[in-house]
Design a protein around this ligand. Structure first.
Ligand SMILES: C[C@@](CO)(OP(=O)(O)O)[C@H](O)COP(=O)(O)OP(=O)(O)OC[C@H]1O[C@@H](n2ccc(N)nc2=O)[C@H](O)[C@@H]1O
Ligand SMILES: Nc1ncnc2c1ncn2[C@@H]1O[C@H](COP(=O)(O)OP(=O)(O)O)[C@@H](O)[C@H]1O
Length: 309
């Protein structure tokens, strides 16, 4: 049998970052919105643990035990006292190291796929617990929709969303390292008293109403100055999308993907076309949010064996 799970990317519609904590992490008010760009993870029984990956960015994905999908399978197997005998195949459509939580998506997807394949019967709480051990963004990849993440982003409160938001994502050449962007945030804020991160009420209100114009007015990302400092060329991409009619433009999480909120599907198509033809990005993808979290798409049985008499 094999199990296939689909998991969405995310954009941070608000990313408020506090001062560095003693453990090196930063407290956040992280308003996640899942968007319809997906990775798929297929789990099939195997001897030992094996990872394969296909997709335009597959060459940048580690296929060893550091892959978040491999770590997820290992953790679930250990907790349930069984070997992690599984082949995990990742069909990758989420940009790698792009600030859209692609690795986190694969971690959450592998967990759900292995739980189903092995009939582990793990509770939602146990799965969320393992997700938080894997990384700050992984719990959100499991639940999807929209949520406020506090702590380092792993403590989630689901949020109401009153409509569909139309986005364009400009995928940049090469990635940005998340720890490097947080370190640049610390450097830029060395001489500043960083305030406690708090979710913006007008922003939660705009999400709940499904109002793109109101949301566009309050989108914010405290990591954006750090991402632009490390990759100044992103400023041109942001300006290109705004000029083409986006309601607002910002860096997605730690970047370097840039995100453009638009009025509707037609405007999104125009902005995507303008971004692509400008040559200021590698590709421009249209996606709507919110999107559902990790979802089992299907189970398939092995081909029937022929019995010969
Ligand atoms: C910035 C965000 C915004 O959603 O995502 P990306 O845009 O990279 O996808 C997240 O905070 C990234 O979450 P994630 O990628 O899961 O990070 P983790 O694996 O937990 O941590 C990687 C490193 O990022 C830094 N880190 C992460 C989360 C946090 N609240 N404070 C931090 O300082 C630490 O340096 C940590 O060692
Ligand atoms: N399954 C995976 N897919 C992508 N990257 C992974 C995966 N597992 C581990 N990684 C590592 O995580 C890093 C961050 O990747 P990713 O999660 O795509 O970006 P971001 O943290 O910006 O959202 C990559 O550079 C890669 O080395």
């Amino acid at each position: 049998m094999s199990v296939t799970v689909r998991v969405p990317a995310k954009v941070n519609v608000q990313l408020a970052v506090g001062a560095a904590r003693p453990d090196g992490f930063h407290d956040l008010a992280n308003v996640f919105l899942a968007v319809g760009l997906y990775d798929e993870i297929t789990a099939t029984p195997a001897d030992g643990l094996r990872i394969t990956c296909e997709g335009p960015d597959a060459a940048q994905v580690p296929l060893d035990h550091t892959n978040l999908a491999a770590r997820a399978a290992q953790k679930l197997a250990e907790r349930h006292g069984r070997p992690a005998d599984v082949h995990l195949h990742i069909t990758k459509d989420i940009p790698v190291a792009g600030g859209m939580a692609g690795g986190s998506a694969d971690g959450a997807g592998a967990l759900v796929a292995c739980d189903a394949l092995w009939d582990t019967g793990a509770s939602r709480a146990e799965l969320l617990d393992i997700c938080a051990e894997l990384g700050s963004d992984v719990p959100f990849s499991l639940v999807g929709g929209a949520a406020l993440g506090t702590g380092r982003g792993e403590k989630l409160r689901p949020l109401e969303v009153g409509g569909t938001f139309h986005w364009v994502f400009a995928v940049a050449d090469g990635g940005l390292s998340t720890p490097a962007v947080y370190a640049e945030f610390d450097r830029l804020n060395e001489a500043v008293e960083v305030p406690e991160p708090l979710a913006s009420e007008p922003l939660l209100d705009a999400l709940a109403k499904g109002d793109p114009t109101a949301l566009a007015a309050v989108l914010s990302n405290d990591l954006q100055p750090a991402a632009l400092s490390l990759r100044p060329s992103l400023t041109t991409t942001l300006t290109t999308g705004r000029t083409a009619g986006a309601l607002a433009a910002l860096v997605s999480g730690s970047g370097p993907t840039t995100a453009f909120l638009t009025r509707d599907a037609d405007s999104a198509a125009n902005v995507a076309q303008a971004l692509f033809s400008s040559g200021t990005c590698r590709s421009a993808r249209v996606a709507v949010g919110p999107a559902p979290g990790a979802t089992v798409l299907g189970r398939s049985l092995p081909a029937p064996t022929t019995l010969e008499g």
